[in-house]
Structures are given as structure tokens and as C-alpha cells.
Design a protein around this ligand. Sequence first.
Ligand code: FAD
Length: 472
Amino acid sequence: MTDLIETLRGIAGAAHVLTDGDLTAYEQDWRRRARGKSLAVVRPASTQEVAAVVKACVSAGASIVPQGGNTGLSVGSTPDDSGTQVVLSLQRMNAVRNFDAANLTVTVEAGCILQTLQEAAEKSGFLFPLSLAAEGSCTIGGNLATNAGGTQVVRYGNSRDLCLGLEVVTAQGEIWDGLSGLRKDNTGYDLRDLFVGSEGTLGIITAATMKLYPLPAAQLTAWAAVPSLNHAVTLLGLAHRHLGAGLTGFEVMGQFALSLVGKHMPQLRVPFLGLEGAPYCVLLENSDSESEAHARSQFERLLETAFEDGCVLDAVVAENLTQAHQLWHVRESIPLAQAEEGLNIKHDISIPVSSIPAFVAETDALLQREIPGVRLVNFGHLGDGNLHYNVQAPAEGDSKAFLRDEEDRVNSLVYDSVKQFKGSFSAEHGVGGLKVETLEEHKSPVALEMMRAIKKALDPTNCLNPGRVVRA
Ligand code: FAD
């Protein structure tokens, strides 16, 4: 393996092959659920260097863990503890290669930070709509490898829907240039869609051509208290009808989740916190191509109808951008507030929107019956049927012991319920190393066999992120 390290130094330069010092940022996952030990962290600067690194690792028999911003939530981007895996960080491949204004596309390298791309797009007069709380650290390559969703999926889709072309280094170290930028291309199997969501197990994404949109003329945010989840779903239907393509965000938050923000971040003002008869609040965003006045009058009409129908108890519309940011900040603070409250069992699930109220009612009751006093932190992207349905220890309980003793049972109860409602146990965070067994339990044998066949065909030596997603 000393030879391999020397070869890697020859490819990327000695300064970009890290073997000593504090490598925590590369070897520990964001949620600190796993800590590994790599043979080396290599940071190539070009697609050709990535290809050479892959060839060198394959011929030395070392496996590779591709890594972007290391913000993934499913333990997919850190090495195991064998000390034999090479972490291939795309950090240095961060250029925005070019904008094609007429084609409404941008071609960008995989290590480009999401926020950098958003800002570059805005500077050029466009919107790049992928948006999530980790946008200051996560990369486009990581977003595509996990098919990240975020807060605007209800309008623009997830990362897959925003991607037109890819450049990929294969498990053999070949370069596939698929940076087409075409919106129509029915020439056989869709290779791009195989790599999107493959979490570094089929190839290394080195660049991508992504869709752009016109910047909206105005963006307005509203916050509404609703009498039940059923009413939140009715409000979503009304919002689709009244706002059409202007509906770019529809988030739901349970009062317990909001109470944790109130408790741990008292400096934040949480509208309608604890309002009687309102177990949920909803955050809506309206992006308008005409003007702020037009956006506001649309919102007013929507809320008027919603009050008349009884699906909103109270509502506020942000007066300006600062207020809008404050409302989003409350929503995005829930995970942090929850972490302050103690360790918890997280689920990132999706259910058809129409079934969400019944799913939540049944699963809440089931968990409360099985584990008296358990606290449910429920929030998420209701507009696209994605809930972060998290389970917190009873108020006076020991959260470490709760996780140790109850995690498997809670997961089984929740995932069985998800299956019963024809949902998915992983809506946007992927499988990584964390949910490999859950995938084996919940995917049909036919689907699993096809997935294994694809892995074997594209990565016959199992050198790319082995043990993640599907076991070879
Ligand atoms: P990493 O964490 O480095 O890697 C993730 C996976 O992709 C790993 O399997 C890795 O091997 C693989 N990978 C990375 N780069 C490449 C590449 N170039 N080629 C091939 N494989 C690669 N996700 C959502 O979908 N929606 C959210 O709203 C959301 N919110 C989040 C909020 C916070 C605070 C945090 C910390 C995370 C959140 N996430 C969310 C998780 C999300 O998946 C990641 O933030 C992001 O998509 C991963 O990008 P990354 O560059 O950090 O990838």
C-alpha cells in the first residue's frame, strides 16, 4: 500500500494526498454516527486525475469512497475502519465551467458548493432552484449522488429532475462524457439516471450540466396555523389551484417540533406557537414572475378561501425579505433544536400526500401505545409527501439508553407502517451504509436482483464504495 500512496502523490501532488494529522473532517460523518480510518485522502484537481486515481486504486486492490462536502445523513461518504480505503475528495474540482443562457443550462464541476452555484446563477440573472439547509457545505456531485431534494421539490423536482448531463469516471477509470444539455435524448438506456442517486457505488461524478430557471420577480412567504394534518393537505390542494407554478415551498411543522425551537432558541419568534386547536403550522412560498403586488394578491385570495373552508385558523404573510428569512430560519432550526433536546431516532420517509394524515394518526398511536411517553417530532416537505418523522425519548428518559434499547424496534414499527401506506423508508437522504439492511428487507427480491446486477456490471471488482446501498 506504500506504493499506492506514492503513485497517488505522483498523480495529485504530495500536498493533496493526506495521510497524517487530523482527518476527522473526512473520516467522520456529519451526524457523528460513524468514524473510520482511511489509507489516504486524495484530492485530485481534474477529471483526468480522478481517472488516474481510480486506475491506481483498482490495480492496487484498494477500494474508493467518493466524497463531496461530507454532509450526507446516511453514512455513505466516510471510510470503514480497515485503514485500507482511499477517500477521493472532489473538493478541488469546484469550477463553474460555463453558462449557456439560451439553453438555460450551467455546466459545473462536481466539487462546486451548492451555494456557490446558486450565487453564480443569480449573478448571471438565473435561478438554480436546489435549496437545502446544508447548501453552504454540500456539493453538486454529492447532491446528484444522493439525488438530494430540499425545500423546492414541489415546483422544480429533486436533483435528478434538474440534471441534463453528467461527466463520470467509471469503476475502470474510463471517462464518460455525457455533458449533453439535451432535454430530449431517447437513445437507449438512460445512463445519467443510473448514476444519479447511486451514492458513489457505480461511478464518480466529476461534472454535471444542470437546468436553470428565470429569477422570479418576487418571492413571498406565509405561515399558517391549521386545525389538523387533514386540513394541511386541503390547504396544499388550494395552494396548487391558486398559485399554480408559483407554489415553490410547502412545509409542515408539528407544534412539538416548534416548541423545541421555542425552548432551545428563545431568540427566535415562532408564530402561533402552542395556539390552541392548531396542532400543525404550515410555511408556504409563492414565487411570482410578475410582481410582488401580484404575488401578494394571489396569497390573499388563497388565504381568504382557506379561512372560509376552515382549513386555516390564523396566518401571517411576511412583509419583506427579512421577515421571510426569519420564517424559513425557524423551519430550518428544527433539526438543531431537536439535537439540543437529546439524541433521537430519525426517519426520512415519503408517503403519498393523500395518505399522510392517516399514516401519522396510526403511527403516532402505535408508537405511543408501544413506548408510553415517547415524543414525536414531525415536520417536513409536505408539498412532496416527505416527512422527517423523528422519535424522541420520553421527557425524563435517558436519550442514549433510549437509542440503544429502542432504535431497532422503533425503526421496524415506523418502516412497517410506511410499507403499509405504500411509502418509502428513505425519501431524500439515501441508503448509504446506514440503511443497507432496511433496503434488503423492504425492496422486492426482483428489484434487489436488478440492483445487484447493475452494480456487478458497472463495478465488477466492487471497488467503489463497497458495502453501501447494495451488498455485492
Ligand atoms: P457527501 O456527504 O460527501 O456524500 C454523500 C454520498 O454521495 C456518499 O455516498 C458519497 O460517496 C457520494 N458522493 C459524493 N460526491 C460524489 C461524487 N462526486 N460522485 C459520486 N459519488 C459522490 N438532503 C436532502 O435531500 N434534503 C434536505 O433538505 C437536506 N437537508 C440537510 C440539512 C443538513 C443540515 C444536512 C447536514 C444535510 C442535509 N441533507 C439534505 C443531506 C444531503 O444529502 C446532503 O447535504 C447533500 O446532498 C450531500 O452532498 P455532499 O456533497 O455533502 O455529499
